[in-house]
Design a protein around this ligand. Structure first.
Ligand code: PGA
Length: 267
């Protein structure tokens, strides 16, 4: 967190958890705890589609922002089971997770559909959190850098530098998600630098790559977030398991607040 222009982000990905009532309780506990506090990171909660309306209502009047975990890229149509961007905007959703590895792994999402979703998000003024990450096989075969560079370049196809400026990127090594095996902070930082370099190679706009917040994701817990936050090129976390519990999630916010107090950001 050395770049004063990048505000850190703590985003919770609730995945397929929480009924409406459970979502209400968790969102209300988080929103009431952060309300009125200073030096907060951007706090984003990403419940299931069925929890969105409730979480938006519970977060109203608090700094908590709400995101969805996925969306189709088309405006409407005969796509049974899908949710279109205008439907999310209509509810008051502000953020959208794109290309999470579970979507890539279990639901056939590709670099190309990530690009289509990203373009749709930008068109509808949703703030995208684009996820990239290598599998354990790719890491063990020294393919990490090639995979990440390819995922980033493919996600950003046809986007202008202006459009790229507003996105967030999450580096989430697949082998670290939900496994308790956190990626070593220096290594996550090295990959974050590679992501910036890949963006810089695509566009010559000065400072573009440095302006993008890059989150780390994969078994983030209150016990390991500080190390990640100390890295020069990491700006917060996308959190699964630890975001399902108010106390743990709030502890991640508090840790980020402490860092911000030591090194305030501009925005
Ligand atoms: P985890 O999930 O924190 O449970 O590892 C992270 C994610 O999938 O975004």
């Amino acid at each position: 967190m050395t770049n004063p222009g990048r505000k850190p982000v703590i985003a919770g990905n609730w995945k397929m958890h929480k009924t409406k009532q459970e979502a209400k309780q968790l969102a209300s506990a988080i929103a009431s705890a952060v309300k009125g506090q200073s030096d907060l990171p951007t706090v984003v909660l990403c419940p299931t589609f069925t929890g969105l309306e409730t979480v938006i209502a519970e977060s109203a009047g608090s700094p908590v922002q709400v995101g969805a975990q996925n969306m189709d890229w088309r405006e409407q149509g005969a796509f049974t089971g899908e949710i279109a961007p205008p439907m999310l905007v209509d509810l008051g959703v502000k953020y959208i997770i794109i290309g999470h590895s579970e979507r890539r792994q279990f639901f056939g999402e590709t670099n190309q559909t990530v690009n289509l979703r990203l373009k749709a998000a930008i068109k509808h003024n949703l703030v995208p959190i684009v996820c990239v990450g290598e599998t354990i096989d790719e890491r063990e075969n020294n393919l990490t850098d090639a995979v990440i560079a390819r995922q980033i370049a493919a996600a950003l196809v046809d986007l202008t530098a202006e459009q790229i400026k507003g996105i967030l990127i999450a580096y989430e090594p697949v082998w670290a998600i939900g496994t308790g095996k956190v990626c070593e902070a220096q290594e996550a930082n090295r990959v974050a630098k590679l992501i910036r370099k890949t963006v810089a190679n695509l566009h010559t706009m000065p400072n573009l790559a440095d302006s993008i917040p890059i989150l780390y994701g994969g078994s983030v817990k209150p016990s390991n977030i500080e190390e990640q936050l100390e890295q020069s090129d990491l700006d917060g976390a996308l959190v699964g398991g630890a975001s399902l519990n108010a106390e743990e999630f709030l502890a991640l916010i508090t840790a980020t607040q402490k860092k911000l107090r030591l090194a305030p950001t501009k925005s």
